[in-house]
Design a protein around this ligand. Structure first.
Ligand code: AGP
Length: 611
């Protein structure tokens, strides 16, 4: 999604705004711009494409103002052109925006009827006109913003500067995150606005998050917060660890490669957070918000890769804890009006903790009297703050748009949750707990082993790069991995891919099978292993091209031609966490062979904070 930065500084700010925007590149974008105030006048530079184009525009015509706002745009309304790039101006107002103004068309009609002329196709420009209209009616800039915000419907974060106001920076949030930063040391007195802590990390680690409906007025006297009723309110200052994370690729070509290789470490960290490794028992760092023993059903909602993690966890909750699970993609769940028993538990899974559909599902569940447990990777995210309990994955910042280490950390945490529920429901005795904890503790090492198969995957991917379509198959917990594999390949190589339950092949997809169709089969040696191998006879009989991801040597039992990505032996219980690795590597190397941008795939955003 879009990225927002604002600086009320003590020196020219354009360079620092540009650097902050670079730290927001991971969110995905297709144009960018900066506006500063110089001698009371707004000066603006914008460019389509990557930040290097904006940098060139700034080099050609530098900006010198000590107050400014910047933006990376992920197009929602209007093409990714310079004219549609933010900041948008009207009269005294310059504004940048992340999110969607759902009622922008009605507002634009109203303003055009009053004689306003628009120069872009965006929803955002309406905000500049609305606020300027309020200023022309006699309101001060901050009162004009306060008066305009209630008229905006949708999810948005906004930042404003104003002609003639050298000491004023205003931010507002409703449904999309926005944080205030406080300068210290030689930057004392400076104030910042950012879409997230990472953007501001080089400038400060002292932050205060706006809450839903807040707006904030920043002057060199400090920050004044107002709630959605426009009443003054205090917001807590925190020190963030974000600045401690060195966000760089190290010796990897892409963040995605680095993050795939970080998995042994971060999965171990997440497991250690939820297990007592010495005692060999599960030890969650939080209380469950419900009585697990009497819980009738668990409802899970999530999007994209997080949804696949939920699908895998359903098998674990049902097998280990005998807990009935209902799971739905959040974009469907939020409108389904599902009846929910009072006192039930809603589990949300989200790397960013800001995904609009998942947040909406959280709020629906709370309205239905559910307790809410969220599995998130960002402790300060909206989802974390609105949940009864936030269970943190410790993957660290995930910069690649395609989720990898966050996914395996979600699986690791969900496995510990299922185990904790099993213990509480009496379906797991001490012996079984010890066995399952041992299986989990082996996972980081097995992931490291799986990473050693990278060369074999690279060779395979060279071929896959030529495929027009790819089919992924799996049974049991490998079925969601088949879906995840297809998603990964689609989203970074743009090859069409489909994931299917292996048992479903004969019910239709087998019609696709011919010698041009690579069929990637995920088959750890679990209780459905033999079944899956027999499915492959159907593929072999039709000259399908079989690529088997299974224990080394399994392909010899196939009784047919096939290629193999050999995996280490392991207990079957949590093999999905380990088998995610070859699936990720296949997508990554295929995309790289095709010359695609594995970190920032076209059309995608890291956090989808709009519907
Ligand atoms: C992951 O590879 C995708 N880019 C995307 O599907 C992502 O998983 C989805 O948007 C959910 O994001 P979240 O985990 O931050 O809620």
């Amino acid at each position: 999604m879009c990225g927002i930065v604002g600086i009320l500084g003590s020196e020219p700010v354009a360079g620092n705004i540009l650097e902050a925007l670079k730290r927001l590149e991971y969110r995905g974008y297709d144009s960018a711009g900066i506006a500063t105030l110089e001698n009371g006048r707004i000066a603006r530079r914008r460019a389509a494409g990557k930040l290097k184009n904006l940098e060139a525009a700034l080099d050609a015509e530098p900006l010198f103002g000590h107050l400014g706002i910047g933006h990376t745009r992920w197009a929602t309304h209007g093409r990714p052109t310079a004219d549609n790039a933010h900041p948008h101006l009207n009269g005294q107002v310059a504004v940048v925006h992340n999110g969607i103004i759902e009622n922008f068309r009605a507002l634009r009609d109203e303003l055009e009827a009053k004689g306003h002329k628009f120069t872009s196709e965006t929803d955002t420009e309406v905000v500049a006109h609305l606020v300027d209209d309020a200023i022309k009616s006699g309101l001060s800039p901050s009162d004009a913003v306060a008066a305009s915000l209630p008229r905006l419907k949708g999810a948005f974060a906004l930042a404003f500067i104003f002609e003639g106001e050298e000491d004023l920076l205003i931010g507002a949030r409703q449904g999309a995150p926005l944080v205030v930063g406080f300068g210290a040391g030689e930057r004392a007195g400076e104030l910042y606005l950012g879409s997230d802590a990472l953007a501001l990390a080089p400038l400060t680690d002292e932050l205060a998050y706006l809450e839903e409906g807040d707006h904030v007025v920043l002057t060199r006297q400090g920050a004044k917060f107002y709630d959605e009723s426009n009443q003054p309110v205090a917001r807590k200052r925190i020190r963030t660890a974000a600045s401690a994370f060195l966000i760089d690729k190290g010796n990897y070509r892409h963040f995605m490669a680095k993050e795939i290789h970080e998995q042994p470490e971060v999965v171990a960290r997440t497991l250690a957070h939820c297990l007592d490794l010495a005692a060999g028992t599960v030890a969650l760092p939080f209380e469950l918000p419900v009585d697990a023993a009497s819980l009738p059903r668990l409802t899970i909602a999530a999007c994209g890769t997080a949804f696949m993690a939920g699908l895998v966890s359903r098998y674990w909750f049902e097998r280990i804890a005998k807990l009935p699970v209902e799971i739905e993609v959040a974009s469907e769940f939020r409108y389904r009006e599902a009846p929910m028993e009072k006192g039930g538990l809603m589990l949300l899974i989200s790397q960013s903790g800001e995904t609009a559909d998942t947040l909406a599902s959280l709020r629906y569940a709370k309205k239905c009297g559910q307790k809410v447990l969220s599995v998130v990777n960002v402790a300060t995210s909206t989802m974390a703050r609105e949940s009864d309990v936030a269970a943190l994955t410790l993957a660290g910042p995930e910069i690649g748009v395609a989720s990898t280490k966050a996914f395996t950390c979600q699986l690791a945490l969900l496995a510990c949750l299922a185990l904790a529920f099993g213990k509480a429901r009496g379906t797991v005795d001490a012996k079984e707990e010890a066995r399952l904890v041992a299986a989990l503790m082996a996972v980081p090492g097995l992931i490291a082993e799986a990473l050693k198969r990278e060369a074999a995957v690279e060779t395979l991917s060279r071929d896959l790069a030529k495929a027009r379509d790819v089919l992924y198959l799996g049974r049991g917990t490998s079925y969601p991995l088949a879906l995840e594999g297809a998603l990964k390949l689609k989203e970074i190589s743009y090859i069409h891919a489909e994931g299917y339950a292996a048992g479903e092949l004969k019910h239709g997809p087998i019609a696709l099978v011919d010698s041009d169709l690579p069929v990637i089969v995920i088959a750890p040696r679990d209780k459905v292993f033999e079944k899956t191998l027999s499915n492959l006879q159907e593929v072999a009989a039709r000259n399908g091209r079989i690529i088997l991801i299974s224990e080394t040597g399994a392909v010899d039992h196939l009784g047919a031609e096939g290629e193999e990505i050999g995996m280490p032996e392991m207990a079957p219980d949590f093999s999905a966490i380990v088998y995610a690795v070859p699936v990720q590597l296949i997508a990554y190397h295929t995309a790289v062979f095709m010359g695609k941008d594995a970190d920032q795939p076209r059309n995608l955003a890291k956090s989808v904070t709009v519907e």
